[in-house]
Each structure stands twice: as structure tokens, then as C-alpha cells.
Design a protein around this ligand. Sequence first.
Ligand SMILES: [Fe+2]
Ligand SMILES: [Fe+2]
Length: 179
Amino acid sequence: MISGKKEARQGTCNRIIKVNHAGEFGAINIYRAQIIAARLLMPGLRTQLEEFLSHERRHLATFADVLRARGIPRCRSFWLCGIGGFALGLVSSLFGRPGIMACTAAVETVVTEHLVEQLRFLESAGDWQAAQAVRSIVADEEDHKAVGVSQGQQSWVFKPLGAVVAMATSSVIWLGMML
Ligand SMILES: [Fe+2]
Ligand SMILES: [Fe+2]
């Protein structure tokens, strides 16, 4: 009975890593789409977005390493996150710089809140490897959020677009935890 409970907790720890791995692929594709749009319409934003993209690639590799070490496959939501992320990136780009920043702020607000919850769970379960992987991305995500908020919040589009993006992000995390 006790070992069954322990197994269930470990299953949740593994699922958290799978969902984060898929989520990072989603983030990569948001920035990929936004960089394509920025290249055409907002060249001044490109450097910033490429820097964010490089962080997301590193986050993906961090979670991929944990999955590989444990011999567990990626989440079934992986491609959904990628395609959904690309679509969010394109749609947000239609609103220019404020749209891109609203998207970043909304995604990262949901993500950073989620990371805190995940850390609490992983530490209580004693999964130090997974906790360390999560901890290693927190500062980057906080930073992305701060840039998004400071550069987007003055625009009318910030709240409505942010609400849609936040809902999409929460839904995909929820779905990933269910799959
Ligand atoms: Fe990330
Ligand atoms: Fe991020």
C-alpha cells in the first residue's frame, strides 16, 4: 500500500517533467513564429526574441536530459504544444510589439506560478533531480515575464490577448497532466 503511494508520487514527478519538456517545445515555437514576424515587421525586437529562444532551447535540453536518464518517453502533448505555440506566436505577432509582449507576459505568468507549485510537490516527494531541473529555469522565466509585462502592459491589447493566451497555456498544462 505504502509503496503504491510512493509509485503514484513518482509517476506525478515524471509527468511534471514530461509536461515541462513539452511546454518548452511550445515556448520555442512561440518565439520561432514571433521571430519570423519580427524579421519582416519589427526588426528591433529580433535580438530580444532570439535571446529568449536560446533560453527555451536550454530549458528543453534540461528536461530532455531528465527524461533520457529515466528512460521515459516524451509527453503525448508534445506536438500539440509545438503547433499550438507556433499558432500563438503568429496570432500575437498580428498585434505588433505589444501583442508579442502580452503573449510572453501571459505565458510566463502561468508558467512561473506553475513552477512554484511543481517545486513544492517535487521537494515533498524527494525527487531532487527533477526539482533541480525545475529550479534551474525559474530565473529565466521570471525574467521573460518581467520583460513582457514592462513592455506590453501599457497597450489596450495586453489584457484581452493575455487572457486568451493564459487560458490556452493553462489548458495545455492541464491536458498534459491528464494524458
Ligand atoms: Fe522555458
Ligand atoms: Fe520562457
